[in-house]
Design a protein around this ligand. Structure first.
Ligand SMILES: [Zn+2]
Length: 399
């Protein structure tokens, strides 16, 4: 499905922020399938200013006077054992694996959708202390983070009694990942989302660095690989370093288009350019990185839906073509997703849960009350299924 091919490219970016100055490396197992050379600033991507924008991203591609100097890197059987809990109340408060949670690897998995991690709560913003509380809540109720690629690969190897949760951070804002320049040494800002995450991990060692970052590489207002041109103190030449840091430290990278274009408004060629050029930028930051997912800006599908997961774009200046292909397309809402063991699992339309108010807690309660959440049996070689007699014979009964 994914061809291994040597990808080398010379990027001669000029006026476009997404461009990089130079990068080259061997690329194996990549979704990008051909040699490319990007010379931007042609004006083919200018702005997307029409229409009401409900999302957090100003979608105008501001003209950047000179390109950022990027030197960054080159990324069976059933198991019905276990006792039943009698109520829908939380059964795991300590955060430890709870053997009383009945394994069910056919159950639902929450995919949480975050945007800004900042100083207030809003539809597209989570206040820092609240974000920390989200992590505490999930941990204490028996959840541990996994990547979407782990779901796809069915590598949800959690101890018995624990449940996977997928975090997805959209829009590549500096609020998610900020550096502080400490006398020439770059340190992760403890008040940024990643900083809070890493601090939480210090006291919760089994909280792994697993979360999906759906990136923009050419949007305005700092939504360009977590900040550019001095926005929130972030230097343009830190961008690739951040993206590579994420990949190197266990997190997953995802395509969210170049500058958050509302894909329903554009012709096929434009849609593919938005997606492919962003994939190319990710490949510039982490050469060879295998992207497995994309998130639809504002949940808007392109007219030709198939282009969200597969397509190509040919650079008009060079004639070189960039192709992309991946299984996962994230929507903006829709509730918890199905287990990868569920025959109806459909990663091409992956629903998410917008983290607003107490959305996480109420969903946890709902899943516990319906006994319809994914709970690991601790045995990677066995798929734990709910007891058929119980599920069939006791409809509506809380287990
Ligand atoms: Zn977005």
């Amino acid at each position: 499905m994914y061809r291994s091919i040597l990808l080398s490219f010379v990027i001669a970016a000029t006026a476009c922020k997404v461009g990089a100055n130079s990068a080259s490396a061997a690329n194996t197992n990549a979704t990008l399938t051909t040699s490319v050379s990007v010379a931007s600033g042609t004006g083919t991507i200018t702005s997307d200013t029409s229409g009401a924008t409900t999302g957090p991203i100003p979608t105008t591609q501001g003209a950047a006077p000179g390109s950022p100097a990027n030197t960054g890197g080159a990324e069976g059987a059933s198991n019905t054992s276990g006792s039943l809990t009698a109520t829908g109340t939380p059964s795991t408060q300590s955060g430890a694996a709870n053997p009383n949670r009945v394994p069910n690897e056919m159950g639902r998995i929450m995919v949480l959708e975050y945007h800004l991690i900042t100083d207030h709560n809003a539809d597209y913003a989570r206040e820092r202390g609240q974000f920390r509380k989200d992590l505490e809540l999930l941990y204490s109720r028996g959840y541990r983070p996994v990547n979407m690629s782990d779901v796809l690969d069915k590598k949800l190897d959690l101890p018995r009694g624990l449940s996977p949760v997928v975090f997805v951070f959209d829009d590549a804002s500096p609020e998610q990942f900020r550096y502080i320049d400490n006398n020439g040494k770059l340190e992760i800002d403890p008040t940024s989302g990643i900083g809070i995450w890493l601090d939480f991990k210090k006291t919760h060692p089994d909280w792994n660095n697993k979360a999906v970052f759906c990136l923009l590489s050419g949007a305005s207002a700092g939504h360009n690989f977590f900040g550019d041109r001095g926005i929130q103190g972030q230097k343009s030449n830190w961008r690739f370093r951040k993206v590579k840091w994420l990949a190197d430290n266990g997190f997953e990278l995802c395509d969210h288009t170049l500058w958050h274009a509302q894909l329903n408004k554009y012709p096929d060629a434009f849609v593919q350019e938005q997606i492919a050029r962003n994939a190319l930028a990710i490949d510039s930051a982490v050469p060879g990185y295998k992207i497995r997912s994309m998130a639809l800006p504002q949940g808007l599908w392109p007219k030709n839906r198939a282009l969200a997961s597969k397509g190509s774009w040919t650079n008009p200046k060079t004639g070189k073509t960039v192709s992309y292909s991946w299984p996962v397309v994230f929507e903006v809402a829709g509730g918890p997703m199905r287990s990868p063991y569920d025959p109806a699992f459909n990663p091409g339309m992956t629903p998410r849960i917008q983290v607003i108010g107490n959305a996480i807690e109420s969903m946890i309660n709902k899943l516990e009350q319906s006994s319809n959440m994914y709970i690991s049996d601790g045995n990677p070689s066995v798929v734990a299924r709910p007891a058929a007699s119980l599920t069939a014979a006791t409809p509506g009964v809380k287990r």
